[in-house]
Structures are given as C-alpha cells and as structure tokens.
Design a protein around this ligand. Structure first.
Ligand SMILES: [Zn+2]
Ligand SMILES: [Zn+2]
Length: 165
C-alpha cells in the first residue's frame, strides 16, 4: 500500500476550473452566485486535505468569511457539481475534500482522533473490478473506508491504561 502522492497542483488553474464548473451549474439552474460566493468556491477548491464545515470556517480567509447558512449551501452546491467529494465517516463526521487535482484514493479513518490517512492500492482496485464483473455489475465508482485506531492513538491509549500494544 502506498500513500497517495500529493502532486504539485496549480492553484490558479484549479480555482479557474472550479469557477467555470460552478458558473455552469448556477446558469443551468437559473440561480445566482455572488462575487463573494465565487471567491469562496475558488478558495475551497484549492483546499488541501479533508475538512468539515467547522474546520473549514477556521481556515478561510477573512475576505471570504460568510454566514454558516451560506457556507453550507455552497458546500452542497459544490458537491452537486462534483467539485467536492463528501465522506460520511459516522458519528456525525462529515468530511469534504476537493476533487480537482486529486487522483482517486481511499481512506483510513481513526475513530480515536478522527484523523484521515489516504491510500491507494492497485491490488484492491483490481479486486473490486473483479468482484463487480463476476456479479455482472458495471462499476462506476467506489468509496472504501477502513476504520480503526492510528498509531498515535494506540500509543496514547497504552500509556494511559498501561496496556500492552
Ligand atoms: Zn488517531
Ligand atoms: Zn481523501
């Protein structure tokens, strides 16, 4: 298993792509997107890693600070047009990540600290294809989540309880 390499991404190009996609989405639905909303979309699309609506608020520039309602609406819109991928990890943990400039990967989710680790495994990918085709199933996408405790959480727990790892 290898970690997904974080490719060098061009933020300007990503921001422009995101604006283009959202603009089309908004026009098709005869909605309007304010200048601030567009700026918000550009900066969310360039975010690295995984974030919740709450952690996102703290990471946003003051110039794109909007109400919670607007933020949630914008996140919803960005999911509708696939600019964002949302991941439900249970316990009310809804994380988002930008889809632009990021290759497909799957996730390890720590139920202790809610930390997320990305991975890609060509053999798991191939196995999923095989399982699908054996069931005469055309695979269009998948989302694989592995749950457990990360090394840091296990070590902390061992220190607290004196238990062996
Ligand atoms: Zn952890
Ligand atoms: Zn991810």
């Amino acid at each position: 298993m290898q970690r997904t390499p974080r490719s060098a991404v061009n933020n300007d190009a990503i921001a422009a792509d995101a604006e283009c996609v959202l603009d089309r989405h908004v026009r098709e639905r005869k909605l309007k997107a304010s200048k601030v909303r567009m700026k918000l979309v550009r900066s969310i699309a360039c975010m690295h890693g995984h974030f919740t609506a709450e952690t996102l608020q703290g990471r946003l520039d003051a110039s794109v600070r909007v109400s919670k309602a607007t933020l949630y609406r914008t996140l919803g819109m960005m999911c509708e047009c696939s600019l964002l991928i949302s991941h439900e990890f249970g316990q009310g943990a809804l994380f988002y990540e930008s889809s632009l400039g990021h290759a497909h990967h799957d996730h390890l989710f720590c139920i202790g600290c809610r930390g997320i680790t990305e991975f890609t495994s060509p053999s798991i990918e191939a196995l999923q294809e095989r399982v699908a085709s054996e069931s005469d199933f055309e695979l269009t996408s998948h989302s694989l989540k592995l749950y457990g405790y990360c090394g840091a959480c296990r070590r902390q727990r061992a220190r607290e309880t004196g238990a062996k790892l």
